[in-house]
Design a protein around this ligand. Structure first.
Ligand code: PEP
Ligand code: MG
Length: 767
């Protein structure tokens, strides 16, 4: 590491080069790289890794800090204590005056100290390749003035989250070898903004596409406004096609609070052209610079303020280049050629829970300490997955379980991770053996002997040349995505979804292996709250500023029973009709209060894209009581977006009074709404053929709710599995639903289906 030490506490982005990564971390280096490529990134600086090092050494806390975090990784109490102690040491130690002044001086050089800045940790550690897994990704938006100094320290403290400590202890990395940098960058108060594809994103040909709208880029990226669209011939620089859209709304920064708010566009600018030819020319020039620099077509986010263009982000328009992956067949083991040819005989059948065909050697996992034997490309075979298995599930090429249905943990998680899975085989863990090579088909639900022959179909070939980030069809109905595990956030965001329609909080809690009560009792309420904050933040950050609808805890007692502390859960005759959702939260306001406190902290951090959703409500009384508790927790329901799930016939029939209670949205949980309307237990195989989300009775309730909500200006959405089904999409768009949230792998199809139905409606209306 270069010995800059105290002499260079901050490095301006224009001086950063990619080889400075040890000093400035990954984020800092990438912004420096863009700057050095001649791209105008918003000004800013990096508080270098050496500065962090100097701080802990100079103030004398280093030794105590490293000692405090050197704990047994399997002892969760010790981990929580270590995190708390590290935070106490770093946040409780004053920034030495000289350093404080230097950071504030650098800040003062941005807009004479008036700037709103984003403050982000930038992981440097080469030995911590998966910093996001380790939870090391603090971000603070709209920071001003002296607050900056505290935020920098908070970024430093993020080096010692429980997960980061655990990860390093497990990997045998020394805490003292790891540093952290902090990027401080001016937030751009854009007058115009948008995106640009430097080559045509579908065909890769020489057409540049620019989308532009008034105000901040959030509106374009999130799809809340239809932007102008300009298609430009790259050879001649001529505009060959342009569509000037009716831009009804724009996002602007509230000058008082710094928060991003939506505003109506003045009448005379609504249909006005956003970009003049000089601005387009400048954008093309910058797009070419970016493409030449990186060597690939780029997808660029840009912003324009006072006639100046800024590039906020540039990333490749990725195409699938691995033909094996494109063919849906991967040689999981990496020793494809050496293996015995497949005899293709069917070994067993289960439910195809996550699509894709994959071959690889079996690793039977019976106990958690056997997870280490699962390597890249192996097939995990287990009775039932648990949240502790997620890191191994990420590594695996495929997943097979004995138990579980389409809404089991294994099914939801594998779909989100994009790992093929077959669940509910009944016998895999006891009949398959370690090292045996099998092929699993996550569509058909089959497991066959040996490795699959690779075959490429026409569809696969098309898939190969199709970009992964195509321009999504612009639709009036928003298409969002469901996320259950924060680890899937990145993949989910790449679908181009308009936000997250359902983030289930219970998976974050289940992944601790403890019930909320047990966790709080053993690690304290604050640790519990932070567990939620960290999980939600990972998703909110990835999607920002697209909205992320987070549902408060909804786990039936039988799901809690397998966790530590689960023995204290009540035994219930029918957990589905029992102590879960809002009814449990209202009965246990102290536990619910921790969840609400997590929301409050997220809002305070600037994650104004987070929304609160209440599960399993029946009537206005449920909602008003929850609303009161939100207020008690310091959340202003007038300022934040919050709403309910419509999962019981009672809630659907009470929609008018729910709307009057002040909700902003109602989201159909069709998994439960179907089960309760038809009296068909969603987990009972004997009546599975009667589980029909498209049953006229269910559709009737949904249709009525949409109509009433429209009258009360309440947005409607779906976040049950049925939102991924074309027939349901068809019905909902016709009824005028505001948004549809689908599984990650269905988002693209749903976007196209929505477009198709909307176009048909449009045509019908003019006929
Ligand atoms: C639903 O009921 O449709 C829903 C989305 O909630 P869950 O599946 O978590 O019960
Ligand atoms: Mg539900």
């Amino acid at each position: 590491m270069p010995e800059r030490g105290r002499e260079t506490p901050v490095l301006w982005l224009e001086r950063v080069r990619s080889e400075d990564i040890d000093s400035v971390g990954g984020k800092g280096a990438s912004l420096g790289e863009m700057t050095s490529a001649g791209l105008p990134v918003p000004p800013g600086f990096v508080v270098t890794a050496e500065t962090y090092r100097w701080f802990i050494e100079e103030t004398g806390i280093a030794e105590e800090l490293f000692e405090a975090v050197d704990v047994d990784a399997d002892d969760s109490t010790a981990l929580a204590d270590a995190e708390a102690r590290a935070e106490e040491l770093i946040l409780g130690t004053d920034m030495p005056d000289g350093l404080r002044e230097e950071i504030l001086e650098a800040y003062a050089d941005l807009d004479d100290g008036e700037a709103f800045v984003a403050v982000r940790s930038s992981a440097t550690a080469e030995d911590l390749p998966d910093a996001s897994f380790a939870g090391q990704q603090e971000t603070f938006l709209n920071v001003t003035g002296e607050d900056l100094v505290e935020r920098v320290k908070e970024c430093w403290a993020s080096l010692f989250t429980r997960r980061a400590i655990y990860y390093r202890q497990e990997q045998g990395f020394a805490h003292r070898d790891v540093d952290i940098a902090v990027v401080v960058q001016r937030m751009v108060d854009a007058e115009k903004s948008g995106v640009m594809f430097t080559s045509h994103p579908s065909t890769g040909d020489d057409r540049i596409i620019i989308e532009a709208a008034w105000g901040l880029g959030e509106a374009v990226v999130s799809g809340s406004v239809s932007p102008d669209n300009y298609v430009i011939d790259r050879e001649t620089g001529e505009i060959i096609e342009e569509t000037i859209a009716d831009k009804k709304t724009m996002m602007v920064k509230d000058p008082e609070t710094g928060e991003t708010v939506e505003r109506e566009v003045e009448a005379d600018r609504r249909e006005a052209r956003v970009l003049d030819s000089d601005e387009i020319e400048r954008l093309i020039e910058l797009g070419e610079t970016a493409e030449n620099h990186y060597g690939d077509p780029q997808d660029v986010e840009w912003a324009l303020v006072d006639g100046e263009v800024f590039m906020l982000q540039s990333r490749p328009i990725t195409t699938i280049s691995d033909p094996e992956a494109a063919a849906g067949v991967t040689d999981g083991s990496g020793t494809f050629e050496e293996q015995e040819g497949s005899d293709g005989s069917m070994l067993m059948k289960g439910l195809g829970a996550s699509p894709g065909i994959v071959s690889g050697p079996v690793r039977v996992v019976r106990k958690l300490d056997q997870l280490d034997k699962v390597g890249e490309g192996d097939i995990i075979v287990t009775e039932m997955t648990t949240p502790d298995m997620v890191p191994a599930m990420k590594r695996a090429a495929g997943i097979v379980t004995d138990e579980g249905g389409m809404t089991s943990h294994a099914a939801i998680v594998s779909r989100e991770l994009g790992v093929p899975a077959v669940v509910g085989t009944g016998e895999a863990a006891s009949t398959l053996s370690d090292g045996q090579v099998v092929t699993i088909d996550g569509d058909k639900g089959t497991i066959t002997e040996g490795a699959a022959e690779e075959e490429t179909t026409e569809e696969d070939r098309l898939e190969e040349i199709r970009p992964q980030n195509p321009v999504k069809p612009m639709t009036a109905t928003e298409v969002k995505v469901n996320v259950s595990i924060p680890e899937a956030a990145h993949r989910a965001a790449q679908t181009g979804a308009d936000g997250v329609g359902l983030l289930r909080m219970e998976h974050m809690i289940l992944s601790t292996g403890e019930t909320p009560d047990h966790y709080v009792e053993h690690h304290g309420a604050d640790a519990y709250i932070e567990e939620i904050v960290n999980g939600v933040r990972e998703v909110a950050e990835e999607f920002y500023p697209r909205p992320v609808r987070v549902r408060t805890l909804d786990a039936p007692t039988d799901e809690f029973r397998s966790l530590e502390g689960g023995e204290d859960e009540p035994h219930e005759h029918n957990p589905m009709l029992g102590y879960r959702g809002i009814r449990r939260s209202l009965d246990r306001p102290e536990v619910f209060g921790h969840e609400l406190e997590a929301f409050r902290r997220l809002f305070d951090m600037g994650y104004d894209n987070v929304e609160v959703m209440l599960p399993l409500v029946n009537d206005a009384e449920d909602v008003l009581r929850a609303r009161k508790l939100m207020e008690n927790a310091g959340i202003d329901p007038e300022k934040r977006s919050w709403g309910v799930m419509i999962e019981t016939p009672a809630s659907a029939l009470s929609i008018e009074e729910l709307a009057e209670a002040g909700i902003d949205f109602a989201s159909f949980g069709t998994n439960d709404l179907t089960q309760y309307t038809l009296a068909v237990d969603r987990n009972n195989g004997n009546v599975a053929d009667r589980f029909d989300e498209l049953h006229p009775a269910v559709l009737n309730l949904i249709g009525e709710v949409i109509e009433t909500c429209r009258e009360h200006d309440v947005a409607t959405s779906i976040c049950g599995q049925a939102g991924s089904k074309p027939k349901m999409v068809d019905f909902l768009v016709n009824e005028g639903v505001s948004s549809i949230s689908a599984n990650i792998d269905a988002v693209r199809d749903v976007q196209h289906e929505v477009k198709r139905v909307e176009q048909k409606l449009l045509l019908d209306s003019v006929r």
